[in-house]
Write a protein that binds this ligand. Structure first.
Ligand SMILES: [Zn+2]
Length: 213
């Protein structure tokens, strides 16, 4: 089962992915985590990627594709994977089509714009384990103790990406570059839409339905 999850920032793709991984014995490949891992281990490609990220620029496609192909070769990907955060634009989707990575289905999560900003501004992350929380009362998952990671019990922090001033830029980039993927994969007959506004269990059920039907 080789899947792409895409949708606007704040659609909850990562959270939904976490809820269905066990069901299919697959893993989630978040390009953000993949970058952080490579940067932390100071791999050659991680160092290159960091220069772009520090400048707030998108990492060139060939860097991301190389990183991704290395990752997919791991044994834990043998049952499949969910790509989260890649491809982000048409050239990346074309590059993926031209690589030997076969994608079965693309799940497109849709959310109204005003909700996106509300959700993103509540996001907090753990520096140690990278788990992402949402501190809004209607957010998911809330940390069990206010502003502490459930696992590591250390203070959560707000990523530069999730600061309100940055959110608008991310949304503009999303609309210009990422949203056209819906039409691209629709033409390939791989696209399934899921309404990501609402109750978490309903969104999970719809996602499973989209994967299997
Ligand atoms: Zn943690």
């Amino acid at each position: 089962m080789k899947l792409i999850f895409f949708g606007p920032p704040g659609a909850g793709k990562g959270t939904i992915a976490q809820q269905i991984l066990n069901k299919y014995k697959i893993i989630q490949i978040s390009t953000g985590d993949m970058f952080r891992e490579n940067i932390k281990n100071q791999t050659e490609i991680g160092v290159t990627a960091k220069e772009y990220i520090d400048k707030g620029e998108l990492v060139p496609d060939e860097v991301t594709i190389t990183m991704l192909k290395n990752r997919i070769e791991n044994d834990d990907c043998k049952n499949g994977f969910i790509l989260d955060g890649f491809p982000r634009n048409i050239p990346q989707a074309q590059a993926l089509d031209n690589s030997d990575v076969e994608i079965d289905r693309v799940i497109y999560f849709t959310v109204p714009a005003d909700l996106i900003i509300h959700r993103l501004s509540g996001r907090r992350s753990c520096k140690q384990c990278n788990k992402v929380y949402n501190i809004n009362p209607d957010g998911f998952p809330n940390p069990k103790v206010e502003n502490k990671c459930d696992v590591c019990n250390i203070d959560l922090f707000q990523r530069a990406d999730d600061i309100p001033a940055t959110i608008k830029d991310r949304l503009d980039i999303y609309r210009e570059q990422t949203e056209p993927l819906a039409e691209y994969y629709e033409k390939q007959g791989k696209l399934k839409k899921v309404n990501a506004d609402g109750e978490i269990q309903r969104i999970i059920d719809d996602t499973i339905n989209a994967i299997e039907n």
